[in-house]
Design a binder for this molecule. Structure first.
Ligand code: SF4
Length: 352
């Protein structure tokens, strides 16, 4: 499967047709308008099993007509990010952290993307004035402790633009923890270079964290692991946020392999997200009941370090909450708590 395809990004169905035998459902995407564009870097394309139309790598990158199917409970902005925007690109939803939309451009457009209201909308990178406006807001709101540099994918910017972006935020707030949110190590790991990582080493202030998105163990290629290792070796911890996706990783064996591979690659499995109620993504969503069963099975199989937190970002900007089986069953009288172990056995713990 790892063919020697030269580095390029495919952006049309016609280009894809030369590399994959497109199905009727994939071809029919071409009749839809105004949806998330196509972008598949040659690295990610090389991971696709061309003989399998249901390949878990393929369905994350190659669109189908199902993206044109909308359910009544779906929204283009299910997390109400627009309502929580305090400047053109800054979202302030939680008291202690903000998200800055660096750019709407991504190396790859994931077909399950929850930020479709913005991603791939041809708005381009934030201007210097927009970055300064956000930095000024953060100067005035000291309760904010962390900023997520997200989008889109910040690693699509040039090294010079990334350095300028970090400098402006650092000048405003040296104490701000900066999360570098990117799918680049999975999509196009060769973009991650020593020169890029050296930019972050110049800022000897509050820490950076690398926030990756690997959804399937096959995305953790040697190139991807090398890309993340450059950050970790530079003192930037790596955390992974996966999305629970039907046909990609909605089985315990795949998730177990993914989480163990992440840990061995020095990437902490952080979140496993329930799919957001975003328009045109119902074909990817896994029922919460199934997600809870998977969470329970993973908790039995994985170490605490390898276990991600299964969580849902509630509609209408309700925020993130953990999804977890209730292990605390009831209080038995005033003397003890009753628990169920992960193996389903009963245990008591005294109250005093
Ligand atoms: S990289 Fe992130 S923002 Fe871009 S399409 Fe994928 S999920 Fe959406």
């Amino acid at each position: 499967m790892h063919e020697d395809i030269k580095t390029e990004t495919l952006t049309t169905l016609a280009q894809l047709d030369k590399h994959l035998r497109l199905t009727d459902e994939e071809r029919a995407f071409g009749t839809l308008e105004g949806l998330l564009p196509i972008a598949i870097p040659s690295h990610f394309l090389s991971l696709i099993d061309k003989d399998d139309p249901n390949d878990p790598i393929r369905i994350q990158a190659v669109p189908t007509m199902h993206e044109g199917e909308y359910l009544s409970e779906e929204d283009i902005d299910p997390l109400a990010e627009a309502d929580h925007s305090v400047t053109a690109r800054l979202i302030h939803r939680y008291p202690s952290r903000v998200a800055f939309l660096v750019t709407d451009v991504c190396a790859m457009y994931c077909r399950h993307c929850f930020r479709r209201r913005f991603t791939g909308s041809f708005q381009g990178p934030a201007s210097r004035a927009e970055i300064e406006e956000a930095a000024s807001y953060l100067k005035q709101h000291r309760q904010v402790k962390e900023i997520l540099l997200t989008g889109g994918d910040m690693m699509t910017l040039t090294n010079e633009k990334i350095e300028e972006l970090i400098s402006i935020f650092r000048q405003a707030r040296e104490d701000l923890v900066i999360r570098l949110c990117t799918r680049m190590p999975a999509a196009n790991p060769l973009r991650i270079t020593k020169e890029l990582v050296s930019i972050f080493k110049k800022f000897n202030t509050a820490p950076f964290y690398l926030m990756t998105q690997f959804n399937h163990p096959r995305e953790l290629t040697p190139e991807a692991v090398t890309a993340v290792s450059m950050f970790v070796d530079a003192g930037i911890p790596a955390m992974n946020q996966s999305v629970l996706l039907k046909g990609v990783n909605d089985d315990a064996d795949t998730l177990e392999e993914l989480c163990n591979k992440l840990i061995f690659s020095r990437i902490k499995p952080y979140y496993l997200f329930q799919g957001d109620l975003v328009k045109g993504t119902s074909h990817f969503r896994v029922p919460i009941q199934r997600g809870l069963a998977l969470e329970k099975e993973l908790r039995r199989r994985l170490s605490g370090l390898a276990m991600p937190l299964y969580a849902v970002d509630l509609p209408q900007g309700g925020g993130k909450i953990p999804l977890i089986e209730g292990y605390l069953k009831e209080s038995s009288g005033c003397n003890a708590w009753n628990f169920m172990t992960v193996e389903g056995k009963k245990r008591e713990y005294p109250k005093q």
